[in-house]
Design a protein around this ligand. Sequence first.
Ligand SMILES: [Zn+2]
Length: 116
Amino acid sequence: MADAHVVRGADRVLIQERGPGVPEGIYGAECMSCEAVSPLFDNDSLPVAVWALQHSQDRPDHTLFLARTECHWRVVPRPDDPPPSSSSGPGFVGPAFVGLMCLLTALSGLLPALTS
Ligand SMILES: [Zn+2]
């Protein structure tokens, strides 16, 4: 479930977006001495560190970087009736989620047919 960064407003809830294809964090850095900006990497800060080291090797006086970690937030409508137990709340499932589950079920049924 969305365990991190839940902020409740009057009728909306802010959650950190998670799920298939959604990175936990997007890493990047920029040089504080020039305009150089690293590429962005999902879920891995190591390539950004390598980029900073290489940039500093090319220009030895460029030693300060601004490193960023970004993630997606989503605001969703607050459910009218909060479920009694926060661990399992089928009442919060919307039509889009049900449609996604149907699609996943169809795909998992299709996979054995493709591999055989
Ligand atoms: Zn630089």
